[in-house]
Design a protein around this ligand. Structure first.
Ligand code: 3PG
Length: 306
């Protein structure tokens, strides 16, 4: 019998867990659950005998991969897999997958929610603005950005994107693709960031890009803090007291925001973009299905460490 462990420091909704358990039990697999664990040792112990692991933003590092001697597959129930040491997993012949698109609507709704919160002056009573008629720049055009696009159009926004890898998709959906990231930031009233924390995207929101922003621009980050050059962001927000930054990721330099940028920033207390019952169910079930398909049929469709 294959043993599956769900190890999530940030738990799934209970209805998602019961559906995942159902799916795995029907396939003849066992399921162990480790939620809100407080020490690494708990995780190392729980993983020691399992064949498959489902995680969210939980760190899957060398120590864990070494401790999980029987592990064959890790599925990150979500999009970004920057929390998994994919190269070391490959060295150990452990397949790593993600579940692209499964939680993207939840993150997109949060991005739009943050944009409304920002433009309405944090619901504090000060006269704000409206999104209708304003330009939204999508930095990246993956699954989350596509959902943001759909919602923003319904709100009457003009939407632009800068993407290297999804140009055909964007143009087929009637989107204008700017020639550079600088151009995107220069033309947008609201910028929403939707790129992963790897490669060219790391620190891609730098001073060269930020200084293009229009007066009263709003930056929304539901992606990762690593895609922002935080030193540049703080320097820029010091120079430009009209700009706001709202994020689902608390930056490392949060103390600078607290000290200097009062009334111009907001951070969720914990990353909550994908924290909905629907996203938990979709991503969790997809992860369980992918594990069964991998063991039963050798299916590696969503593998990210080939
Ligand atoms: C993702 O990469 O899928 C999102 O950032 C959600 O992450 P989470 O599962 O930690 O909420």
């Amino acid at each position: 019998m294959k043993r599956v462990l769900i190890a999530t420091e940030k738990p799934f909704a209970s209805s998602a867990i019961s559906q995942i358990a159902d799916l795995l039990h029907k396939a003849g697999y066992s399921l162990n659950l480790l939620e809100k664990y407080s020490s690494k040792n708990e995780l190392l112990d729980a993983a020691s005998e399992v064949d498959a692991l489902i995680v969210r933003s939980d760190q899957v590092d060398r120590e864990l991969l070494d401790a999980a001697a029987k592990l064959k597959i890790v599925v990150r129930a979500g999009a970004g897999y920057d929390n998994v040491d994919t190269a070391y997993a490959k060295e150990k012949s452990v397949v790593v997958m993600n579940t692209p698109g499964q939680n993207s609507n939840a993150v997109a709704e949060l991005a739009i929610g943050l944009a409304i919160y920002g433009i309405r002056e944090f619901f504090g009573g000060k006269s704000g603005g409206e999104l209708r008629g304003r330009t939204l720049g999508l930095h990246g055009y993956g699954y989350v950005a596509r959902n943001v696009h759909r919602i923003a159009r319904a709100l009457g926004m003009k939407v632009l994107t800068y993407t290297r890898f999804s140009k055909a998709q964007a143009t087929s959906e009637g989107l204008q693709v700017t020639g550079s990231l600088e151009e995107l930031y220069a033309q947008s009233d609201v910028v929403s960031i939707h790129v992963p924390a790897r490669g060219i995207h790391l620190k891609s929101v730098s001073m060269a890009v930020l200084k293009q922003l229009k007066k009263n621009a709003i930056i929304i980050n539901t992606a990762r803090k690593e895609v922002i050059d935080e030193e540049d962001l703080c320097a820029f927000m010091t120079q430009r007291d009209d700009v706001k930054y709202l994020s689902d990721l608390r930056p490392d330099c949060a103390a600078v925001f607290e000290e200097k940028f009062a009334g111009r920033y907001f951070f969720t207390p914990k990353k909550i973009g994908a924290q909905t019952q629907e996203a938990n169910t979709n991503a969790g079930l997809a992860a369980a299905r992918q594990i069964v398909a991998f063991f039963e049929e050798g299916d590696e469709t969503f593998r990210v460490n080939k």
